[in-house]
Write a protein that binds this ligand. Structure first.
Ligand SMILES: *[C@@H]1O[C@H](CO)[C@@H](O)[C@H](O)[C@H]1NC(C)=O
Ligand SMILES: *[C@@H]1O[C@H](CO)[C@@H](O)[C@H](O)[C@H]1NC(C)=O
Length: 346
């Protein structure tokens, strides 16, 4: 940061010196031009020379940006929940969608596919049941016969299906977001409840495969060519209640990715960053890191490494787990870390 700050200061110093030296005569516009060019060349990408086609696109983008800024509702100045629909409809967003991208490097396993798909596709499958928790958060399960539960369970089988508004129920931001979420605490609670709500859907084996394939399809449609997926690799279940382990889940990611590449040869692939919630205690983390080392050894092609997920400021910093996180180095085992700590102090 100090380096960045020095530049405007240097520019001001130049200007002052210039004023002192030439203060008595009329300023030379060519020197002003030169100073502005020098400043522009220090910006990110300032040294890149655009081709004619790129210059035309640049001019078009600039015009579109100006038009968007003239509108009464300017998305960057609004709460994201209110701006989201406007961003989706924005001509600039549509243009950006078409442009080629490299990789999407910060994607979470169960936040990669549109909620619309999940509601329209997954909840409409046979044997889907739901109930509400004490705090009115929805939970799902696929089961035969109906799952045992102390809470009232509602069948979502086609005959008795509540139609239509499923998608609206679970989406944050239907009411005024400033009132509903006065602080980070409320939004994080809703955010984490949303993952618990969809867990019963996406950990059902047939949905798990389709959800991931659909996610790849959505990224590919946006011209993203490579994914790094932070994945919890949870237990995946079948209709009869039997479950699969972590290695099965990882192999399924590998299998579905290969299938996707066969059907979309320009897609490079996915690598998995195995993750655990940072709220776990040291013994659970130790077990998870040991499992990560094993997966890294057994599946070097698809495993990228390891990370922690969950709210950082209210959780424990990485430093708290330093002994467990040193295990791979102590044992001479390779386990790359992909910590994403940009939201907090850890
Ligand atoms: C759900 O998605 C799967 C996989 O893309 C597809 O085969 C199926 O037809 C979809 N079902 C519904 C109800 O949209
Ligand atoms: C750690 O967490 C696990 C799972 O929640 C729990 O079973 C275990 O007793 C905890 N261990 C300690 C030492 O607190």
């Amino acid at each position: 940061m100090p380096v960045l700050l020095q530049r405007p200061r240097a520019a001001v110093a130049c200007l002052l010196l210039y004023c002192l030296t030439y203060g008595l005569s009329s300023p030379d516009p060519r020197q002003r031009e030169a100073l502005i060019k020098l400043e522009a060349s220090m910006q990110l990408g300032g040294q890149i020379v655009l081709t004619d086609a790129e210059q035309r696109l640049d001019a078009l983008l600039f015009k579109m940006k100006q038009e968007e800024m003239m509108r009464a509702d300017f998305p960057p100045a609004m709460h994201f929940f209110k701006a989201r629909a406007l961003i989706g409809a924005s001509p600039i967003f549509r243009l950006l969608q078409k442009m080629p991208k490299g990789g999407a490097l910060h994607v979470h396993d169960f936040a990669m596919t549109s909620v619309e798909w999940l509601v329209k596709n997954a909840t409409y499958r046979p044997h889907c049941y739901m109930c509400l928790t004490d705090i009115q958060s929805v939970r799902f399960i696929f089961s035969v016969p109906a799952a045992q539960s102390s809470a009232p369970v509602l069948s979502l089988d086609p005959a008795g299906k509540p139609q239509g508004q499923g998608g609206q129920r679970h989406r944050a931001g239907q009411q005024d977001p400033e009132t509903v979420y006065p602080s980070q605490d409320e939004i994080w609670t809703t955010f984490e409840q949303a993952f618990l709500a969809l867990l019963g859907l996406v950990t059902y084996a047939p949905v798990f495969r389709d959800y991931y394939y659909q996610g790849l399809t959505e990224f590919h449609t946006d011209n993203v060519m490579y994914l790094e997926l932070r994945a919890l690799l949870p237990e995946i279940y079948e209709l009869d209640g039997s479950t699969h382990d972590t290695a099965w889940t990882l192999k399924t990611y590998q299998h579905v990715t290969r299938q996707f590449i066969t059907e979309h040869p320009d897609f490079f692939g996915t690598r998995i960053i195995f993750t655990v919630h940072r709220a776990v205690n040291t013994s659970v983390l130790t077990r998870t890191v040991e499992e990560a080392m094993k997966l890294q050894r057994d599946f070097p092609d698809i495993m990228a490494g390891f990370d922690l997920v969950g709210r950082e400021d209210s959780g424990k910093p990485l430093w708290y787990f330093k002994d467990v996180l040193s295990l791979p180095v102590e044992r001479g085992v390779t386990l790359p870390f992909f910590f994403h700590c940009w939201r907090d102090r850890s």
